[in-house]
Design a protein. Structure first.
Length: 278
């Protein structure tokens, strides 16, 4: 729902821009260095322009924080699985905040260092910005591809799912990404107009590290990495779907030494938990 609403609002915003822009060339070549700011300056009073740009900056900062949270969560997960050098340090959970503070600071430091490339000119920072869309497409597509081609009937559906349309929609999504990734790697100009500044460096900046990771996997990592470490007890594919009207109704209990294993019904699906005897 969030993506759908965002897509509709973004499409509407593009329509507004397309019908209200005065001079596209002047906007792109404005001394402000920001086409959107130049566009607003052409059609709105200065105070409203400042207000809109202020909201844009706040929204950008909030988006950056969301990306930082996601990156820190992924860093912690990989450190927990011992994929990084010094994984024990990066995966440490602070005893006071109950959060992986070290992982957050590592991502903050990397982000700040990458942002310093902006002082090196448009070419350096543009190479970093260019991988955003391509990397997002690839990361979203990997689990879809696994669902479509590898899991099959073993896929455990959640409370909300696409039902019989899951596979067809997944295939359409994969085909769309297969079309878009090459497009995102192409430069905007060709021939004699193509130079270092106008080159699209996505294939090198993103593809280089990914190729390095694949080589690392083949040479070394596959010998010791056995998948994510499970630290929450669950049935791992052994759930038993039960039809029940009473949420929380216990349907089975099995004593095992000093501990008991309880199978309970929640929203019609069996859920297992273990209670340690006092």
């Amino acid at each position: 729902m969030t993506s759908a609403i965002g897509g509709l609002v973004g499409w509407f915003l593009q329509l507004v821009v397309a019908y209200t822009v005065v001079d596209i060339t002047a906007v792109l070549e404005s001394d402000l260095g920001q086409p959107f700011a130049a566009f607003l300056n052409d059609i709105l009073p200065q105070r409203i322009v400042l207000a809109v740009l202020s909201l844009t900056i706040i929204a950008g900062f909030a988006m950056g924080q969301g990306c930082m949270i996601a990156a820190s969560r992924v860093t912690f997960a990989y450190a927990r699985d011992e994929c990084f050098p010094l994984s024990r340090y990066w995966g440490h959970v602070n005893t006071r905040t109950k959060t992986p503070v070290n992982a957050v600071w590592m991502n903050s430091a990397i982000g700040i260092l990458l942002l310093c490339l902006i002082f090196g000119g448009d070419l350096a920072i543009g190479a970093i910005f260019s991988i955003g869309a391509c990397a997002a497409f690839v990361s979203f597509t990997i689990p879809i591809a696994i669902r479509v081609f590898f899991v099959g009937d073993r896929f455990r559906r959640g409370p909300w799912n696409l039902g019989r349309f899951s596979i067809p929609i997944g295939i359409v999504g994969l085909l769309f990404v297969l079309m878009m990734v090459p497009i995102l790697c192409l430069p905007s100009v060709v021939g004699s107009n193509l130079d270092l500044a106008s080159m699209n460096w996505t294939a090198l900046v993103y593809g280089g590290p990914m190729l390095g990771v694949l080589v690392w996997w083949v040479v070394d990592a596959r010998k010791w990495f056995k998948g994510p470490k499970v630290n929450v007890e669950h049935l791992m594919g052994q759930e038993v779907e039960l039809q029940g009207e009473h949420v929380g109704e216990n349907v089975a209990a099995k004593a095992d030494g000093g501990a008991s294993s309880v199978l309970s019904v929640k929203d019609g699906v069996a859920v297992q938990s273990r209670n340690q005897a006092l």
